[in-house]
Ligand binder design. Structure first.
Ligand code: G1P
Length: 294
């Protein structure tokens, strides 16, 4: 398609308090909680980079300095590792800082996800951009989840929401998409509703923390009144945008974990550990042994 700009920028909202994970998040950003040995936010940033994203804007708050430090260089540590001949560790920590250009914008008041995305207006400018939510970690051994959405954007030119069908009783935790199925995995988005009660939900198709959005969303966000939970909802602005532009939802391929939830976090920890060649055998044997005692 002509006139379609490449998706180069991503916004990662990371200003929330992480109340679902207290007490761990009392003094530490929830995005820094490690799955095995890697902070959850690093999985998200890596997915963006592997999808072709060149610049990332993290929306943070004053309690999130550790995230900024994580993506910066640490010269003292590098010198120490170099001196100790720890070349693999040195490679790993340099890679984090060199992976992509990361900028941060402070969200000064916790006014919701829509407001957090609005904070990235100047960073995004007049381009389509990606949004990745830190509570949703997606494992895919083929094409990264975000790249799957970018491909749909490039063939349609419309905003694309990453979705999967969830159990009916769980739709109340998500943005819900009302639309028509137009392909194997693709829907048009006619309407959306944020966290509907199951009896009111038009479908069980849930938005799972990945979006490609056209820049016209900013004007919608500026005119979105507080919605569910008294917060400015991204879903409400997307809904307004869907009335004016074609919008799509794509049922992405991949295993998604809600790492903002204790059970989801534990599942991610176990499954990521079992995918690691250095841990699979010993950890798998331990799990088998302990499972027999349950
Ligand atoms: C947010 C969005 C919701 C989306 C969900 C995915 O909700 O508002 O539309 O389905 O993320 O994880 P939150 O979980 O931040 O309340």
């Amino acid at each position: 398609m002509e006139n379609i700009k490449r998706v180069r920028k991503a916004v990662i909202p990371a200003a929330g308090w992480g109340t679902r994970f207290l007490p761990a998040t009392k003094a530490m950003p929830k995005e820094m909680l490690p799955i095995v040995d890697t902070p959850t936010i690093q999985y998200i940033v890596k997915e963006a980079v592997e999808s072709g994203i060149e610049q990332i804007c993290l929306i943070t708050s004053h309690t999130k300095k550790a995230i900024e430090d994580h993506f910066d260089r640490t010269f003292e540590l590098e010198a120490l590792l170099e001196k100790g001949g720890k070349t693999e560790e040195l490679r790993q920590i340099r890679e984090i800082a060199e992976m992509v250009q990361v900028v941060t914008v402070r969200q000064q008041e916790a006014k919701g996800l829509g407001h957090a995305v609005l904070c990235a207006k100047a960073f995004v400018g007049d381009e389509p951009f990606a949004v990745l939510l830190g509570d949703d970690v997606v494992f895919s051994d083929e094409k990264p989840c975000l790249k799957q959405l970018i491909d749909v954007y490039e063939s349609t030119g419309g905003s694309v929401l990453g979705v999967q069908t969830v159990a009916h009783e769980n739709i109340c935790k998500y943005g819900c998409v009302d639309g028509e199925k137009i392909g194997d995995r693709t829907y048009t988005v006619n309407d959306m509703v944020e966290k509907p009660r199951p009896e009111e939900a038009p479908t069980d198709v849930a938005v799972l923390g990945r979006y490609i959005i056209t820049p016209e969303i900013f004007e919608k966000l500026e005119n979105t009144a507080p919605g569910a939970g008294g917060e400015i909802q991204l879903t409400d602005a997307l809904r307004a945008l869907a009335k004016e532009q074609s919008m799509y939802a794509y049922d992405f391929v991949g295993r998604r974990y809600d790492v903002g939830d204790r059970l989801g976090f534990l599942q991610a920890t176990v499954e990521y550990a079992l995918r690691r060649s250095d841990l699979r055998d010993s950890f798998g044997a331990y799990l088998k042994e302990i499972a027999q005692t349950l």
